[in-house]
Design a protein around this ligand. Structure first.
Ligand code: BEZ
Length: 211
């Protein structure tokens, strides 16, 4: 069964490169990004893991834990980490789940048999401090993900969780935001003074600060 936006992210216990974790306990009170890659010792995946590791400080600033997964076992992940450091210059600094029996992959519907019969696709789940799924992405094996985009999305999710605003196309932190329809014009005038109504349904304001 697919995991959808707003669902409670399924809990699990699994072996990782940093020991056995219980997912909800491991992320307690924090944001989390759970992402799958198809296979260890493969080229695109090697670049992705390095790119994610390079952003560790950025994820930490956002109170967000990161965890990877593939259907390869933990001892394979550990061996592969040396190659990732060699090629990308980055030590893998987050746990990677070994899931050879596909327990977690099945729980999160990460195997799409019409794309690849037995390997996980490139799934991303962003999960909030309340353990609810805030974002899902699915990429095919042939396309590496843009981890700066995942960071950008996290910024949007965190801002819009705190304020009654939405972020427009191609938004980046600091850009103007949109006041949601749940806010009346009268309230908007008080809470977002100087806002501009480009259309009655498109009201733009300076970005409030993220806590
Ligand atoms: C890759 O990471 O390059 C890859 C992994 C699985 C299938 C195809 C490509």
């Amino acid at each position: 069964m697919a995991v959808r936006l707003g669902d409670i992210a399924p809990d699990f216990e699994a072996p990782t490169t940093q020991g056995t974790i219980k997912f909800h306990e491991w992320k307690a009170g924090k944001w989390a990004i759970l992402f799958s890659h198809p296979k260890d010792f493969t080229p695109v995946c090697t670049t992705e893991l390095g790119a994610a590791a390079a952003l560790k400080g950025e994820f930490e600033k956002r109170n967000c834990n990161v965890i990877g997964l593939s259907v390869d076992p933990v001892d394979s992940h550990v061996k592969w980490e040396g190659d990732i450091k060699d090629v990308t210059g980055h030590e893998v600094n987050f746990p990677m789940i070994g899931d050879p029996d596909r327990t977690v992959a099945n729980l999160y519907d990460m195997i799409h048999p019409n794309a690849m019969e037995t390997l996980t696709v490139r799934s991303v789940f962003v999960i909030g401090p309340d353990n609810k799924v805030k974002l899902t992405l699915t990429y095919p094996a042939s396309t590496g993900r843009n981890f700066l985009e995942i960071l950008r999305v996290l910024d949007s999710l965190q801002l819009t969780a705190q304020h009654q605003v939405a972020t427009p196309a191609d938004w980046t932190p600091g850009d103007d935001v949109i006041i949601t329809g749940a806010v009346s014009d009268a309230d908007a005038a008080v809470r977002f003074p100087g806002y501009v109504a480009k259309k009655p349904y498109l009201r733009v304001t300076k970005s409030p600060a993220k806590a």
